[in-house]
Design a protein around this ligand. Structure first.
Ligand SMILES: Cc1cc2nc3c(=O)[nH]c(=O)nc-3n(C[C@H](O)[C@H](O)[C@H](O)COP(=O)(O)OP(=O)(O)OC[C@H]3O[C@@H](n4cnc5c(N)ncnc54)[C@H](O)[C@@H]3O)c2cc1C
Length: 385
């Protein structure tokens, strides 16, 4: 995609976010739901397929371009991006990265159009930061695979038509080696959903547990076919690296919004006969937020360029996710502080973003896991002792 086309997409997404979605933020928070007309507009704008190649009906953005789009999407409630985040990101990439040609042709156009919503089901009650210890198992039975286990906190599960389920296919292999990925339709007999999780923030984005009780899928639902057998863990790690850059850029978008909110408030609020913007201690908070924002934006951009060039698919994405998710937490905290008591009130945007931002340090690998990846990436074998 050339610069002109990308510019047009970014302009239309910016207009959509600011004119259509931001006015609905309070309603989305109160209803815990993105209105249907917003979902439909996302489909017509191609947002369900921004990272899916054009040959499969998507927009086919590079990572560097996707980062620019995520800056725009991050400017409003993260629930918006969550709607189509799994189709483009961790779930869609499982097929792009590891699927057979038939699987890609059959599923990716439907993911790109939004006809189908896909979820990425890796985490389990006892396997989060260390997914290699997952215990969901898939056993071959004739022409089928039979899956049993439970998945936890699965984004979009209440909406999903299909799950990318990671299951152990070879119990004798080393933990990270005997795992495969399966396409499991949501209506498969034996698959059931728990009630929606009650989260701290990001209302309008839904998660829940997914239970698989002897769910039978045909052999062609093994992602990658026979070539994909026992390769699920590696596929998951590659998809997560892409997702981490995306999350980093979303954090930058949210930080921009929080800077704009704190600047606006500081320019309007008066205390002691002066605008609070005139107080140097407030200026210090604003300056630290802007500096954090600039650093996060530069890091997300440069890590995306290295990812596209194939020169860094590990350390760069983790540094970006680690820094930007921690950074937006600091910026949100300062935004609340600058708002004083108003910043603690439910109807004020910065209070909502303060809660929403907290998740970014936890999912798609906690900050501690990013530290481990970064350190191992540079220390090599020495990090293992
Ligand atoms: C809202 C939400 C949406 C999610 N969506 C999805 C989804 O769509 N699909 C999916 O598969 N998963 C999803 N997850 C799961 C998410 O990725 C995990 O919650 C996350 O990876 C952490 O795992 P855990 O919750 O089991 O915490 P734990 O792994 O139990 O971690 C607990 C603490 O121990 C620390 N810790 C763990 N291991 C180490 C280590 N080796 N070194 C240092 N510290 C360590 C952690 O950093 C953390 O502080 C979602 C989670 C949430 C909350």
């Amino acid at each position: 995609m050339d610069e002109q086309d990308l510019g047009d997409i970014l302009t239309s997404v910016r207009t959509f976010v600011r004119e259509r979605v931001i006015p609905l933020e309070t309603k989305i928070e109160d209803d815990d739901e993105i209105p249907m007309e917003i979902r439909e507009t996302c489909k017509t704008m191609g947002l369900y397929g921004f990272a899916i190649p054009e040959e499969f009906g998507g927009i086919g953005l590079t990572m560097a371009q996707e980062v620019e789009l995520a800056f725009e999407l991050g400017y409003t409630t993260p629930a918006l991006r969550s709607l189509f985040g799994t189709n483009n990101g961790i779930a869609g990439h499982v097929l792009l990265d590891g699927g057979t040609e038939d699987q890609r042709k059959s599923w990716l156009p439907r993911l790109a159009s939004g006809e189908v919503t896909a979820s990425f089901a890796l985490t389990e009650p006892d396997a989060g930061s260390d997914p290699s210890s997952l215990t969901t198992r898939a056993v071959r039975d004739g022409q089928d695979w039979v899956l049993t286990g439970s998945k936890r906190y699965i984004t979009n599960a209440p909406l999903a038509d299909v799950f990318m389920v990671f299951a152990r296919t070879n119990p004798d292999a080393a933990p990270a080696r005997g795992i495969s990925t399966f396409l499991v339709p949501a209506d498969a007999p034996g698959l059931s959903l728990a009630p929606k999780d009650h989260k701290m923030g990001q209302r309008g984005a839904w998660t829940c547990d997914v239970h698989l009780d002897e769910v039978r899928v045909p052999a062609e639902n093994l992602v990658g076919g026979q070539a994909g057998l026992d390769r699920g863990f590696r596929t998951a790690m590659r998809c997560l690296a892409h997702g981490r850059l995306h999350i980093a850029a979303l954090c930058v978008g949210m930080a921009q919004r929080l800077v704009d909110e704190q600047v606006r408030f500081a320019r309007e609020r008066e205390q002691g006969g002066h605008l609070i913007a005139a107080y140097q201690l407030i200026q210090g908070l604003v300056a630290d937020s802007v500096t954090d924002l600039y650093a996060g934006r530069a890091l997300a951009r440069s890590a995306a360029v290295a990812f596209d060039a194939g020169t860094d698919a590990t350390v760069g994405p983790s540094t970006a996710k680690y820094f930007c998710s921690e950074m937006v937490g600091r910026v949100a905290d300062r935004a609340v502080q600058i708002h004083g008591g108003a910043g603690y009130m439910r109807e004020v945007a910065v209070e909502r973003f303060y809660r929403d931002a907290r998740l970014f340090r936890i999912y798609e690998g906690t900050s501690q896991i990013q530290q481990v990846i970064i350190a191992r990436g540079v220390l090599g074998d020495a990090a293992r002792g």
